[in-house]
Design a protein around this ligand. Structure first.
Ligand SMILES: Cc1cc2nc3c(=O)[nH]c(=O)nc-3n(C[C@H](O)[C@H](O)[C@H](O)COP(=O)(O)OP(=O)(O)OC[C@H]3O[C@@H](n4cnc5c(N)ncnc54)[C@H](O)[C@@H]3O)c2cc1C
Length: 320
């Protein structure tokens, strides 16, 4: 029976929240299937990543040679070889761009089925079930995956980290045969990033077009963010206007975040924005328009001009 579960990790992500989310989904699924959890790392695995995976997985396989730089053909060849013969009912990946690219191709190579953007993966009544958000988060669709292995990328940061620990799975180095790279990387531009990544933040404060320009992002919104240890984000409208860098964008075509608290300031709550932050634990909003769609999706909302609310909130939170 195909009752083992494989989780796939890229070494460069390290022991981040996404890695822990995939591992959490994998460990719970393996337990309900009554199988083993096998974690595969492509690229260089830090000591922290090795320790974190081995604490939860029954087996950790690290394939570094020829895989330190992402090349889809090589990553696929390595995964095909390493997943072979493992009796995997499911192969879970995170929601990084590499994983999104290779998920359907890996499913094809393994003769399985593929699913993208899963909010949850479970085993129920003999079926592997995947839940996905539909209609911009207004509905949830549930799929039953019949063709094993089910190769699925999950909304890793929104999924709880593993509960189990102390497994002490053996760590094995692997050197699968790899094809010559078909793509040559001629340049690389690293995203400028200081401090905690937007995707890993516990609190996100995002601003939208209603802020009226770049200045509030550098003053009132920054002051509030600093006071509560939040990372700043933005709507696409604010990014497109050039008020903040493009890598601040949250949404369908931006970053997917799932913090404990997401505060949307002067953001209407378009479905494309909601797709990037709808999994946040608590959503709060400040908007002058009582009919703004964001209010249908938040736990706390203030109908008011941000200029009258944000400085007061910052002062209160600072003194608290
Ligand atoms: C294919 C596609 C992909 C997209 N991807 C994304 C994406 O990834 N992320 C994203 O964000 N959008 C995305 N969009 C754009 C999206 O549809 C919206 O246009 C965008 O999110 C709107 O940004 P906004 O809420 O800042 O602006 P608006 O919709 O203009 O909203 C501004 C809000 O500010 C409020 N406001 C005005 N003044 C104040 C004030 N003084 N105080 C408080 N509130 C005030 C207004 O009431 C209003 O609700 C995408 C669109 C398409 C077609």
């Amino acid at each position: 029976m195909s009752n083992n579960v494989i989780t796939v990790h890229f070494g460069e992500a390290g022991w981040d929240r996404g890695t822990q989310g995939v591992l959490g989904a994998g460990s719970r699924l393996a337990e309900s299937l009554g199988g083993e959890l096998i974690a595969i790392v492509l690229g260089t695995a830090s000591d922290e990543l090795r320790a974190g995976l081995s604490d939860v997985a029954n087996q950790v396989i690290v394939a570094e040679q020829g895989l330190t730089e992402y090349q889809p053909e090589r990553a696929l060849a390595a995964l095909q070889a390493l997943c072979d013969g493992k009796n995997a009912g499911a192969v879970l990946l995170a929601n990084d761009t590499y994983s999104q690219e290779i998920t359907p191709r890996l499913a094809h190579r393994l003769g399985g089925s593929s699913m993208a953007d899963a909010q949850s993966v479970s085993f129920q009544d003999g079926d592997l079930r995947v839940e996905r958000s539909a209609y911009g988060g207004k509905a949830t669709s549930v799929y039953s995956m019949k063709q094993m292995p089910a190769v699925v990328w999950v909304r890793a940061r929104a999924i709880d980290p593993p509960e189990r620990s102390g497994v002490g799975g053996a760590i094995e180095e692997a050197t699968p045969e790899l094809p010559e790279p078909k793509i040559r990387i001629v340049g690389r531009e690293e995203e400028a990033q200081e401090g905690v990544k937007l995707e890993d933040a516990t609190i996100v404060v995002s601003g939208g077009r209603g802020l009226g320009g770049p200045e509030p992002f550098e003053s009132v919104i920054k002051e509030l963010s600093d006071a509560i240890g939040a990372v700043q984000g933005a709507s696409r409208a604010a990014c497109d206007a050039g008020w903040v860098p493009p890598n601040w964008q949250v949404g369908q075509t931006g970053k997917k975040v799932a913090p404990e608290l997401y505060l949307a300031v002067a953001i209407s709550g378009a479905s494309q924005h909601l797709l990037g932050m709808g999994d946040s634990k608590v959503i709060a909003a400040i908007n002058t328009d009582p009919d703004a769609p964001i209010f249908k999706h938040c736990s706390f909302g203030i109908v008011e001009d941000y200029k009258n609310v944000v400085p007061l909130l910052t002062e209160k939170l600072r003194s608290a």
